[in-house]
Design a protein around this ligand. Structure first.
Ligand code: 0A1
Ligand code: ZN
Length: 881
């Protein structure tokens, strides 16, 4: 193992900066391999850190320092100290001073995609979390807020478009006529992670938005030439987001322009730079022919997410990176609420909870578990996780559940009023809700510091003489890395009690009406006493998924079926179906292990049939009912000694059984849900397609010649990408001539389209067929594949490792060895992406012993490798620990 491991940063060591930078003037002359950055900083000692006379130590990496001056006087070599990561000024004036620094950077060579880089010849930047230090020497921390004026200069031919944060002040052509410049000024003080520039030959689509106070904002989305029409949905989503934030939270936009730029090479989904959001192009470009409904939905929600950051993240930013959930959890909560309002709230909640369980619950159950507000990190980029984002959003949602809608809004209003312009903390955020409502949230705050998914064990005892139902709930908080024991948490449980006919009974808790149906579990074990209960009720717990916990409640098949058929809370109706399916699958994995047979599947299939038949339910919701838990969900529930091949077999068997049992119903749905008119991406039309495709999936699992023919025909006659991609994935998963025909056709149609072709890569990488690993090895040699393009890596390596449990977890360990090779190669190019890919191995300890040993070997090979990035080093150490 490597000896010089990078040193962790600790929350408890936070100190305010010794210096502040109030104003930044940047003059950036863009050149492919030698971009010059001249920076002029207005610096002063921080009055909040008086008595700490420290030298000024600036962050900087991968920079060539050309000159440095204080108040116009050039510094000699002896006046500063330079290391690979810092520039320290030994003597600084006691009063405010101006610091001039000139550096050179190489955008073309920058494949880590942090700082200034080039994607498809477009100059762009990414500074969160610590990329600004790759542009110039600076106090690269979020609690240093400055106003920025930026002058950009570039060749007109290479970069006719020049953008930066804020409003455009001036532009012009330089003498000689081949270069031009633009000056942008952002009046809002911001941390440097929100800085951005773009220079390139791009095409805009434009629009305007009139804000609630009557100001006009110019909106533009810049994309590759010829793709303008595909940005229309993103523009529409942006305008709806702006309006929604005014109506729901009273938040108005605060600049004259709002620009979005789509680039092909991007480490994440998108970035909320002030007034200049930069997006991964797969989350901007969409047309019916090129994008699935899921992508339309994702575009809507990510455009909203980045826009909402303008208030939650930018106007109020984070004091330090331990507070990351302050902006991310809150902004995810806001984008989820937006999607819920734009679409079906129940379906949205199902989709969000499904994602939470698949990604966050799995993370929380393994070696990478960490609190929503972590206490230490080696590489902050490793903490842009499902826990910080998705669980972070659940914590905000729980505050809303505890305070109610109005109380929550008052707390948010106070937060905006009190902290506008601040670099704030999670504690300050929670205090706003306490102050606005008078509710004590001190125990609730444990959610931010204690990792792991609480387990609730619930039991209902009914006393028919007293007509009392006692609901006993115990919370179990399993140890997580670094946290062997935990304090009981404050868990809001929304619940209902169903009478024998399936109707909700009136709730009287300790004799008093319980109007909102929410009880607070605060002790390790607690009994809730409901009176005047006429007959033995069936409890419907955790309605709307009121807390991110697992619930164990012993329900008979009859009780589960009652909930599935008639729970008034539609989320819980779905949850009952999903739990029933999971239980059935876990049982059949057991049966496959022991060789015993089980009949549970048939009973489940019939119950599912009657739930789905209800055509008063919207199609999108019925589609969710028809989706079985995924193989990784089942693996997570089983928890130890998992054999992914058996899980896969059990899953396939149940799909087939449901397909056979519900055949006629599914055929009807397939016929009735066909598109009626021209394509529309709206929620209702998407819901019909989803239900039709869910039916198709189950029918295909049945696997008769008619079913295969239907599938091939579905591909061949598809008029939109939702249907086409759905069929392509199913066909690629089956193999045979039909698969080859479809894959070849797809390739021929889309080989020139950098975004769409990723579907072709992914469809092959997810196939559970035996030849997939060799196929994947061939794909990474394909001319359209590149290790420097994160979207390609995610489509092939990411899909194979994260969405193909049976082939990735081959018993011979070849899947792990392949991943290891890719991680080591990627680490030299883009450590962030390498670390993400490595994270797919996090659940290795839950595997059966043979695979576990192979996975350990693969991890040890990475741990032994020379000169690993801190990113990969941190993940491999934690995963192996
Ligand atoms: N703040 C962005 C996520 C993001 C984080 C890091 C990035 O660069 C490595 C890019 C984007 C968001 O929440 O959308
Ligand atoms: Zn975000």
């Amino acid at each position: 193992m490597k000896l010089e491991t990078a040193r962790p940063v600790h929350l408890k060591d936070y100190r305010p900066p010794a210096y502040l930078i109030d104003r930044v003037n940047l003059d950036i002359s863009l050149e492919p391999t030698r971009t010059r950055v001249h920076s002029k900083l207005a610096v002063r000692a921080n009055p909040k850190a008086v008595g700490r006379r420290e030298p000024l130590r600036l962050d900087g990496e991968h920079l060539e320092l050309a000159s440095i001056a204080i108040d116009g006087r050039p510094l000699a070599k002896k006046d500063y100290k330079l290391t690979d990561t810092t520039l320290t000024l030994t003597k600084t004036p006691s009063g405010p001073f101006t610091l001039d620094i000139t550096t050179f950077v190489n955008p073309e060579a920058n494949k880590a995609l942090q700082g200034i880089y080039r994607s498809n010849k477009v100059y762009c930047s990414q500074c969160e979390a610590e990329g600004f230090r790759r542009i110039t020497y600076f106090l690269d921390r979020p609690d240093v807020l400055a106003t920025y004026t930026v002058r950009l200069e570039a060749d007109i031919a290479a970069a006719p478009i020049l953008l930066a944060n804020g409003n455009l002040l001036e532009r012009g052509t330089l003498p000689g006529g081949s270069r031009h410049y633009a000056i942008w000024r952002d009046p809002h003080p911001k941390p440097c992670y929100l800085f951005a520039i773009v220079g390139g030959n791009l095409a805009p689509i434009s629009s305007t938005f009139r804000t609630m106070s009557g100001r006009n904002v110019d909106l533009a989305i810049y994309v590759e030439h010829g793709k303008e029409a595909r940005a229309a949905w993103a523009m529409d989503s942006l305008k709806r987001s702006m309006k929604w934030d005014e109506e729901r939270f009273g938040r108005e936009y605060d600049l004259d322009v709002f620009n979005i730029v789509a680039v092909s090479d991007f480490n994440m989904g998108a970035m909320e730079n002030k007034g200049l959001n930069i997006f991964n192009d797969r989350l901007i470009l969409a047309s019916p022919e090129t994008a699935t409904d899921a992508i339309f939905e994702a575009i809507e929600s990510v455009v909203a997410h980045e826009y909402f950051h303008n208030w939650t993240g930018n106007r109020i930013t984070c004091r330090d990176w331990f507070q990351l959930c302050l902006k991310e959890g809150l902004t995810v909560y806001r984008d989820q609420e937006f999607s819920a309002d734009e679409r079906s709230a129940t379906v949205q909640r199902i989709i969000d909870v499904r994602g939470l369980k698949t990604h966050q619950f799995a993370e929380d159950a393994g070696p990478l578990a960490h609190p929503v507000r972590p206490e230490s990190y080696i590489e902050i980029n490793n903490f842009y996780t499902a826990t910080v984002y998705e669980k972070g959003a659940e914590l905000v949602r729980m505050i809303a559940t505890i305070l109610g809608r109005d109380g929550f809004r008052q707390g948010m209003d106070l937060y905006f009023e009190r902290h506008d312009g601040d670099a704030a903390t999670v504690d300050e955020f929670v205090t706003c809700f306490e102050d606005a409502s008078g509710v004590d949230l001190s125990q609730f705050k444990l959610w931010y510091s204690q990792a792991g998914t609480p387990e609730l064990i619930a039991n209902l005892r009914y006393d028919k003489d007293k007509k009392v139902a006692n609901l006993e709930v115990e919370q179990i908080l399993a140890p997580t890395p670094g946290q062997p024991s935990k304090k009981p948490m404050h868990i809001p449980i929304r619940l209902g009690l169903l009478g024998a006919n399936g109707h909700d009974l009136d709730l009287r808790l300790d004799g008093k009406p319980l109007e909102d149906g929410v009880v607070s579990l605060t002790k390790r074990k607690q009994t809730f006493r409901f009176s005047d209960v006429p007959s033995r009720p069936v409890p419907s717990l955790l309605r709307g998924f009121s807390a991110p916990v697992n619930v164990t409640l012993d329900l008979s098949d009859e009780d589960a079926e009652l909930l599935m058929a008639s729970d008034s809370d539609l989320f819980n109706r779905w949850q009952a179906a999903n739990t029933y399916a999971a239980r059935t699958l876990v049982e059949s994995v057991k049966a496959l292990t022991t060789g015993k047979r089980t009949n549970q599947g048939l009973r489940f299939a019939r119950a599912l049939g009657s739930a789905v038949q209800d055509d008063k339910l919207e199609p999108a919701y019925r589609a969710e009912l028809l989706k079985l838990p995924t193989q990784s969900d089942i693996a997570r529930i089983i928890g130890k000694n998992v054999d992914p091949a058996l899980v896969h077999r059990a899953h396939r068997q149940l799909m087939k059984l449901v397909g056979k049992t519900l055949g006629p119903l599914l055929e009807d749905l397939y016929r009735d849900m066909a598109d009626r008119g021209p394509f529309s991406p709206d929620a209702e039309s998407a819901g019909r397609r989803a239900l039709r495709n869910a039916a198709l999936t189950l029918l295909a699992a049945r696997g008769t010649p008619t079913d295969v023919a239907r599938l091939a025909q579905h591909y061949g006659t598809a008029t939109n990408m939702t249907d086409r991609a759905h069929a392509l994935f199913l066909l690629a998963g089956r193999g045979g001539t039909e698969a080859k025909v479809a894959l070849d056709d797809f390739y021929a149609t889309w080989e020139k389209d950098n975004v769409v072709i990723d579907t072709w890569f992914a469809a092959q990488a997810q196939s559970p067929l035996a030849g997939t690993l060799s196929r994947v090895k061939a794909l990474i040699k394909h001319p359209l594949f590149s290790l420097t393009a994160p979207n390609k890596v995610r489509a092939v390596v990411g899909t194979f490792a994260a969405a193909n449990p049976v082939q990735f977890n081959r018993p011979d360990g070849a899947g792990y060895a392949f991943l290891t090779d890719q991680v080591l190669a990627l680490d030299k190019i883009n450590p962030q992406i390498a670390a993400r890919m490595l994270g797919t191995l996090r659940s290795w300890r839950a595997l059966e012993s043979g695979r576990r040993a192979k996975a350990r070997k693969a991890l040890q090979r990475i741990a032994r490798a020379k000169s690993l990035s801190p990113d990969v080093q941190e993940i491999v150490l934690r995963v192996l620990e």
